[in-house]
Write a protein that binds this ligand. Structure first.
Ligand SMILES: [Zn+2]
Length: 195
């Protein structure tokens, strides 16, 4: 269907910085899981950091006194870093997913060529990263059409009508029953007709 706008990629990439942030809560491509706030994150990080510092001084005492349990002290102390690392990793991942969703929404196109995705997202391996976000439930409402080499964005409705709903249609070529999205071009999996 629609192709990437090769004539104005700069406007897509750099335009609308403030507008994009405002729309994040209502971004249809960002899954609720990625939008969820983590008010407990900072308190948990502070408590874990406190225990880590306390554990560090215990470990230091053990080392000074040549205590036989030095390895155990080090392992236990390091465990307090695990929740901190997990929270930071989750935050980084969620904001990366949000940046993807921002760009998908601001594209305003029904479909983009997978080959152009790296350029649009300004990252390498954008398609596989996007697939990973979908697998982890952070991004939704995107369809990979590998046969056509397209990423379908069914909610990017250029005429601002209702988002396309899943429909069952009959192929005009071979009569097979197919599942499609209303208003989105479909290729018959049996006879190859595009309509
Ligand atoms: Zn057919």
């Amino acid at each position: 269907m629609n192709r990437t706008q090769n004539d104005s990629p700069r406007a897509d990439r750099f335009g609308g910085g403030t507008r994009r942030k405002k729309n994040r809560a209502s971004n249809p491509y960002l899954a609720p899981k990625a939008k969820r706030r983590m008010p407990w994150a900072i308190p948990v990080i502070l408590v874990c950091a406190l225990f880590f510092c306390a554990g560090l001084s215990v470990t230091r005492d053990y080392i000074d006194s040549q205590h036989p349990d030095i390895p155990i002290a080090i392992v236990i102390d390091a465990l307090f870093l695990v929740p901190i690392a997990l929270i930071i990793w989750k935050q980084i991942r969620n904001s990366a997913a949000a940046r993807f969703a921002d760009k998908l929404e601001s594209l305003g196109e029904y479909s983009v060529e997978l080959l152009n995705l790296d350029g649009i997202m300004q990252v390498t391996n954008a398609a596989s990263r996007l697939k990973e976000f979908v697998r982890r439930g952070l991004i939704e409402n995107v369809v990979f059409d590998y046969e056509a080499g397209l990423l379908i964005l069914p909610l990017n409705s250029s005429d601002n009508t209702l988002p396309p709903e899943p429909i069952t249609i009959e192929c005009p070529g071979c009569g097979a029953t197919l599942h499609a999205l209303r208003g989105v071009k479909t290729k018959c999996e049996y006879c190859g007709r595009v309509f």
